[in-house]
Design a protein around this ligand. Structure first.
Ligand SMILES: [Zn+2]
Length: 139
């Protein structure tokens, strides 16, 4: 299903596009979950500051690249329901604010935290898991 990006004030398709240069989204070879984009916009509205997307959709090749370090069953890969995950490039005080709002919203199925070293981000996804909501740290 294609997304009407005009509905989302602060985000464009290019921000959700695969970072390897394959242009999977633009070409229509993959999609992003509308639910995810809607929730991330809601989160952006609550925060009132920019939420840079470090990674959203990943084609399988990009996800499998050791430099990407994607999990084999990553929610970033479209396996039929669109990309269901974003990694937001937020840290420190902003990172804490985003995390608090994301938890309060209660709509994200997976929340992963990487807040050490040079690559700090917050992973949010809407991928339903048999065990319920998942919360983890990459450290
Ligand atoms: Zn790609």
């Amino acid at each position: 299903m294609s997304i009407n990006w005009g509905l989302f004030r602060n985000f464009e398709q290019s921000e959700y596009e695969c970072k390897c240069g394959c242009r999977s989204l633009e070409k229509g070879e993959a999609t992003v979950s509308v639910e995810l984009v809607k929730y991330v916009q809601e989160l952006r509205d609550k925060c009132g500051f920019a939420l840079p997307i470090n990674s959203a959709l990943r084609c399988k090749k990009h996800n499998d690249d050791p430099k990407t370090g994607g999990h084999p069953t990553s929610a970033h890969v479209d396996t039929g329901q669109g990309c269901m995950a974003v990694d937001l490039g937020v840290d420190r005080e902003k990172g804490r604010i985003v995390l608090q709002y994301a938890l309060d919203m209660g709509v994200f199925e997976g929340i992963g935290i990487q807040q050490r070293g040079s690559s700090r981000f917050l992973h949010l996804d809407v991928k339903k898991r048999s065990g319920g909501k998942a919360f983890w740290s990459y450290a």
